[in-house]
Structure formats: C-alpha cells, structure tokens
Write a protein that binds this ligand. Structure first.
Ligand SMILES: C[S@@+](CC[C@H](N)C(=O)[O-])C[C@H]1O[C@@H](n2cnc3c(N)ncnc32)[C@H](O)[C@@H]1O
Length: 193
C-alpha cells in the first residue's frame, strides 16, 4: 500500500482514475481552491456532525472539509472506485474520516451503518449527467431523504443540467458559477427547509 503513495501523487492518481473510468470520473482536472472555498462557504460547521461526500476522487475536498469539521464529527466519503478509496484510506489517517467503497445511491444505508440517522450536509462531485440511466434521479431522491431539516446538498458540476435532478426533491436551490475552475463550475446549494 505505502508503495502506491510514493509512486503516485494526487494528480497522477486522479488522471489514472479518469483513464480507467472516464464516464464515472467525468473530469480530467480536480476542483480548484476557489471552487472549494465558494462551495463550502455556507456550511454551518459548528452544527455539523455528519458530513457526507460523494465521489471524493483523490480527496480534493476531503482535506479542506476536515480542516473545518468539529472534532466529534465524521466525514463519510463514498466512491465507487476502489483505487480512490484505497488511496484515500492510506493518505488521510484522520479518525474522523470514513472512506466507503459504495454508491451514493445507498447513502441512507451507509450512514445508518455508521450510526447516523441523518446527514447535516452532503457534498457531490458526481458527474450527474453522464451517470447510467436512472442513477442520477435515485441519488437526488435518496439524498433529500438523508439530509436533516436545515441541512443542504452541495453540488458542483460542469453542466447546469444537474438542476433537473435537484428540482423535484428540494424547494430552495441557490446557484452560482465559479469561473476559476477548469472548466468553470456550476455550484448549487439545495436546502432542506
Ligand atoms: C469528477 S470526479 C470527483 C472529483 C473530486 N471530488 C474533485 O473535486 O476533484 C467524480 C467521482 O465520482 C465517483 N463516482 C461515480 N459514480 C459514483 C456513485 N454512484 N457513487 C459514488 N461515487 C461515484 C468517481 O469514481 C469519481 O471519483
């Protein structure tokens, strides 16, 4: 395992992941610092116990989330790619960090297995518009059911089409564009009122 870290930095690891599963990864460049700061800006960290991330890849968001997360909280990071999960388990030895090999569509079962009824926030970097048919709507529906009232689904995407997945499940959706990203990112905050 340790050999994988010495050989492969996060960018190379991400690129390898893209070459192996281009449709599932959906991007060849990880998110920018500006995207991360803007996306996480509205999070009420003091009242966060369970933060879930879908599609963490090589952990571009995991580290900034862990910097802000209270000591007694958990970051549950769910990815379908076993290479990314093995890489994250090795690279981020933080007791609050829980990398899980699985699908975002099973979020409610996964958080229940970690002793939680609800998530405070769910962050997604999933390529919604290229996921297999039916998966995007299912993930949006399961996520809305998993988030507590007052929490939010934070979504960054290249395509504004993701709004179509969010709209049936969330009443209030804020939107912004982060131009300092390759390509520019559409950001959505879908609130559970
Ligand atoms: C665009 S990459 C995310 C990149 C990273 N979060 C960043 O900020 O740079 C999309 C990720 O979603 C993962 N993925 C695809 N389908 C998934 C699913 N159904 N559940 C969880 N992860 C999934 C892929 O393996 C990949 O790691």
């Amino acid at each position: 395992m340790r050999r994988m870290t010495r050989r492969t930095g996060p960018l190379a690891m991400f690129f390898k992941g893209f070459l192996k599963h281009p449709v599932m990864v959906g991007s060849i460049i990880p998110s920018s610092d500006a995207t991360i700061a803007k996306m996480l800006g509205p999070v009420d960290w003091a009242n966060t116990k369970i933060f879930v991330e879908y599609g963490p890849g090589v952990g571009t968001f995991c580290r900034p989330v862990l910097k802000k997360l209270p000591n007694d909280a958990k970051l549950i990071a769910i990815d379908t790619n076993p290479d990314f999960i093995a890489y994250l388990s090795e690279e981020i030895p933080d007791p609050r960090f829980v990398p899980v090999l699985g699908s975002a569509a099973d979020v409610r079962r996964i958080i229940a297995e970690h002793g939680a009824e609800h998530a405070d926030y769910v962050l997604s970097g999933l390529p919604f518009s290229t996921l297999p048919a039916g998966i995007g709507p299912k993930i949006a529906e399961e996520t809305a059911a998993a988030i507590r009232p007052g929490g939010a689904f934070l979504v960054y995407q290249f395509s504004p089409k993701v709004h179509d997945f969010l709209a049936p499940n969330f009443e209030r959706i804020d939107h912004a564009i982060e131009w300092w990203n390759v390509p520019p990112a559409q950001l959505y905050w879908a609130w559970k009122d």
